[in-house]
Design a protein around this ligand. Structure first.
Ligand SMILES: [Zn+2]
Length: 470
């Protein structure tokens, strides 16, 4: 089956193509982009599906570089919690009640909601894999949704004390078993390691974990790398040189381009420079970082290195709807707000402009680099997989917006996403998700989440309470 997207305006994010006002995007049987051609192009043979691009903007499918799919079970639960409360909650034994079936359903629904909003790739730091059944459920959920997913195998949250507090334990050996299941690096679901930062592990453990990841040929993603929690022991522990991950990796000669770091709010200028110089990347979840109390995201900081791969992510649905359309806007506002304040403080006339295109880059090209998928996705380039999001610009709230980048980054919402393709397969068509029964599945997920919270409360012997005071 091959697909033609005809007469579309494309923000390709490919430097050699740029923004094309009217083109045909031709997708081959193998799901790759064959051509981005002047429209109308002669209709090639074998085209079985045509999407009319009139009134639409094509962008590369959006890439969420860090989320925790199982927590879709508890959407909005931590809306009024600090990150410390959130950690208490996830360490409180709640995860014990989460069955493999709950993981599968949360992962599937989370992916389908992501597709709804134009996200075609998610990196899932699945810290719920306390049994092999749970791990298989994560794999199954992603495969069922047909989204592109990087499953980052991460030590389980339910047993945090043993895994995250000066832990002597090496990364769980299940990652080897998972590697046998997710062995194909061309598959839609691939494997990474959700590795523990230096402040969570005893001397030598971080180095051993890196060795395992490299032996297996999987990337390493470190969550919570430089995000103070606003007080308490962790801050002082992290500030000690021995407990800083970047310094530790440099000392061991291990920092490399197969590494990505998440939440760099309080990294120093030197640490950011080291990440950039070694070809590694930084993922920023601007909304959850600000809502939960990590501090201000790095966007717009003076110190941010020009060569640094800065990618966007959504983190957890317990705080906010995981949408990159919204995260791009937040990123841009923050970067411009900071730049303007700095210019004012320095008595400069004009702050430097942070272009809207940079926000789209953080959700596409930079995000692909962060996950090591830049040869496959991130731009609408011939030869790359056809992961494409088509935004309908005909809504009244978009009328008159001439710049397609402004339309996507500053005006569009998830309801404007008309079609979504992953590797050439149309997973959202005319505003409808192809997977059957999303509304029913989402309802089921909500009920399941409530039941788990009830079980947890009964186990703890809590009084019935309308609010969940964990
Ligand atoms: Zn996280």
């Amino acid at each position: 089956m091959s697909v033609l997207i005809g007469g579309v305006q494309a923000v390709t994010m490919d430097p050699s193509l740029g923004i094309v006002d009217r083109c045909d995007i031709l997708i081959g049987d193998n799901g790759r982009i064959l051509d981005v051609a002047e429209s109308p192009s002669p209709m090639p043979e074998g085209v079985t599906d045509v999407l009319d691009g009139d009134g639409l903007i094509a962008i590369p499918g959006l890439i969420d570089t860090h989320r925790h799919a199982w927590l879709e079970l508890f959407r909005g639960l931590t809306a009024d919690m600090t990150v410390r409360d959130y950690r208490q909650l996830t360490k409180s034994g709640l995860a014990e009640h989460v069955t493999p079936e709950a993981v599968r359903l949360a992962t599937l629904v989370g992916d389908l909601v992501a597709l709804e909003a134009g996200i075609t790739t998610v990196a899932d730091l699945a810290h719920i894999g306390r049994t092999r059944d749970h791990l298989e459920a994560s794999v199954q959920g992603h495969q069922d949704s047909e989204i592109r997913a990087v499953l980052a195998h991460t030590p389980p949250n339910g047993d945090s004390k043993n895994w995250y507090a000066a832990s002597e334990r090496r990364h769980p050996r299940e990652i080897r078993w998972l590697r046998d299941i997710l062995h194909g690096d061309d598959a839609l679901v691939t494997l990474a390691m959700g590795a523990r930062p230096r402040h969570c592990v005893a001397q030598g453990v971080m180095e051993d974990d890196v060795a395992v990841a490299r032996e297996l040929g999987v990337r390493l993603i470190y969550d919570g790398i430089g995000a103070a929690t606003g007080g308490g022991g962790e801050v002082s522990r992290w500030s000690h040189e021995d407990h800083r991950t970047i310094a530790g990796l440099v000392r061991s000669g291990l920092l490399g381009p197969d590494m990505g770091f998440v939440h760099g709010n309080h990294l120093t200028e030197d640490e950011l420079a080291l990440i950039a110089d070694h070809g590694a990347g930084l993922s920023v979840a601007p909304e959850v970082e600000m809502l939960s109390g990590y501090g201000l995201p790095v966007f717009g900081r003076d110190l941010v290195q020009p060569g640094l791969t800065l990618a966007l992510s959504t983190d957890v649905a317990t705080y906010v709807a995981p949408s990159l359309l919204s995260a791009m806007r937040t990123m841009l506002m923050l970067a411009r707000g900071r730049a303007a304040s700095r210019a004012y403080d320095l008595q400069r006339d004009e702050p430097p402009l942070v272009p809207a295109l940079s926000a789209l880059g953080a959700a596409t090209t930079a995000a692909a680099r962060f996950l090591g998928l830049e040869r496959r996705i991130g731009s609408l380039s011939p030869g790359k997989d056809a992961d494409v999001t088509l935004v309908d610009r005909r809504g009244v709230h978009l009328s008159g917006v001439r710049d397609p980048v402004a339309a996507v980054v500053l005006f569009a919402h998830a309801g404007d996403v008309r079609h979504v393709l992953v590797r050439g397969r149309i997973l959202k068509r005319d505003h409808a998700i192809a997977h059957a029964g999303l509304a029913g599945l989402a309802g089921e997920l909500g009920e399941l989440g409530s039941r788990i919270l009830d079980q947890h409360r009964v186990r703890r012997g809590d009084e019935a309470s309308p609010t969940w005071n964990f």
